[in-house]
Design a binder for this molecule. Structure first.
Ligand code: MLT
Length: 332
C-alpha cells in the first residue's frame, strides 16, 4: 500500500485514469466482488476474545460472501499497530479490521497516533457487545471479591494483573479496578488476552479482567476463579455471580463493543456486501446460540450499519477523551 500512496503523489494523472476506469466499470467490479479471499485483521493475539468473535463470524460469513474470510492476527501496542496497517492498506475491498473500544480510546491514550480513527476508515457495522469478568488464577487464596480486595491491599505490587496493552479493554478494566480498590498491583502486558489467559492458567500472573467470550469456557471448567462481572446487571450465563457494583464498587461498569472498518476509499459495494454477509452471519442460529453461550449480545439492527458504527465511535471518542486526559495516561 505504501507504493499505492507513492503512486498517488508521483503519478496523479495515471491514478486519475485508473480511478475513472474503476468508476466507469463499478457495476461490473461489484458483480465480481469478492473475487478472492478477504482478510479480516484482528488487532490482538489468537485465542483472545476479538479473535474468538472474528473466527466465529468469519466462518459464518463465507457462504453469504461467497469467499473465504482469512483471519490475520496483527498484534502490538494495544491494537494500534493493526489499525494503522489497515488505515494504510489498499482500499480495494479485500482488507477489513475488527476492533473494539480501543478505536475510541487510542486518540487520547497515544500522543503520536499515525492514523485518525474518525477520518481514515470506512465504517461497516457494529458487531457484538461483550461484558467482562474479573478472574484470578485457580490457586489464588481469596475466595471472593471481598477477600480479594484484602489480599490485593496486603500484597500490593506483588500481585500481578495481566492485560493486552495500553488501549486494550483488559488494561482499561484493570486500571479502573486498581483505582476503585485503591491498591497498587503490578500490570503485565501481553499481545492479547489469549496469551494473558495462558499466563493466568499457568500461574504466572494472578488476575485478569477479560471478556466473557474468552473467559466463559475457563470459568465453566473451573480452571480460573471468578470474582465478579463488570455489567450493571448479573449475566444470564453466570446468574450466581454478583456484579462488581453489587460487591461495593458502585457504578463500576465496563462493556466492550466491537466494530468492523475498512480503509478509507474502499468501494461502497464492498462495504455493503461485507456488511450484508456479517448481518446474515449474526442471524445464523448456530452463531446466535454460540454468542449467547459466551455471554455476547448482538446489537439491534440499526447499530449493524455503517451509520450505526460511525455515530457510536464519535460518541465514544468524545466520552473517553476527557476521562483519559484527566487520568494522565499517555503513551508515545
Ligand atoms: C483480545 O482480543 O485479546 C482483547 O480484546 C484485548 C483487550 O483486552 O482489549
Amino acid at each position: 500500500m505504501k507504493s499505492f500512496k507513492r503512486l498517488r503523489i508521483a503519478a496523479p494523472a495515471a491514478l486519475g485514469a485508473a480511478v475513472l476506469s474503476l468508476a466507469l466499470s463499478a457495476p461490473a467490479w461489484a458483480q465480481g466482488y469478492p473475487a478472492r479471499p478477504v482478510t479480516l485483521v484482528v488487532p490482538f493475539a489468537a485465542g483472545g476474545p476479538t479473535d474468538v468473535v472474528a473466527r466465529l463470524l468469519g466462518a459464518a460469513m463465507m457462504k453469504p460472501l461467497g469467499q473465504t474470510v482469512v483471519i490475520e492476527n496483527k498484534t502490538g501496542a494495544g491494537g494500534t499497530i493493526a489499525a494503522a496497517a489497515v488505515a494504510r492498506a489498499a482500499p480495494d475491498g479485500y482488507t477489513f479490521l475488527i476492533h473494539h473500544n480501543g478505536m475510541g480510546t487510542a486518540p487520547a491514550l497515544y500522543r503520536k497516533l499515525s492514523y485518525n480513527p474518525l477520518a481514515d476508515f470506512e465504517y461497516v457495522s457494529q458487531v457484538v457487545d461483550v461484558p467482562m469478568t474479573l478472574v484470578g488464577r485457580k490457586d489464588l487464596p481469596a475466595k471472593d471479591f471481598r477477600e480479594l480486595q484484602a489480599y490485593v491491599k496486603a500484597n500490593g505490587d506483588k500481585v500481578n494483573l495481566a492485560h493486552a496493552g495500553l488501549g486494550a479493554v483488559s488494561h482499561l478494566c484493570g486500571m479502573l479496578l486498581r483505582q476503585a480498590i485503591g491498591a497498587e498491583v503490578t500490570t503485565v502486558p501481553y499481545q492479547g488476552t489469549g496469551p494473558a489467559m495462558n499466563a493466568l492458567l499457568g500461574g504466572q500472573v494472578d488476575l485478569l479482567c477479560d471478556q466473557t467470550t474468552s473467559t466463559t469456557p475457563f470459568i465453566k471448567a473451573g480452571s480460573v476463579k471468578l470474582y465478579g462481572v463488570t455489567t450493571s446487571q448479573r449475566l444470564k450465563t453466570l446468574p450466581d455471580t454478583p456484579t462488581l457494583a453489587e460487591q461495593g464498587l458502585a457504578g463500576f461498569q465496563v462493556v466492550v463493543w466491537h466494530g468492523i472498518y475498512a480503509p478509507k476509499g474502499t468501494p461502497k459495494e464492498a462495504i455493503d456486501k461485507f456488511g450484508a454477509a456479517l448481518r446474515t452471519a449474526l442471524k445464523d442460529p448456530a452463531v446466535v446460540a454460540r454468542l449467547a453461550e459466551l455471554g455476547a449480545i448482538i446489537p439491534p439492527d440499526d447499530k449493524l450499519t455503517p451509520a450505526g458504527l460511525q455515530g457510536w465511535l464519535q460518541q465514544e471518542t468524545q466520552r473517553y477523551a476527557p476521562v483519559i486526559k484527566a487520568a494522565g495516561q499517555f503513551a508515545d
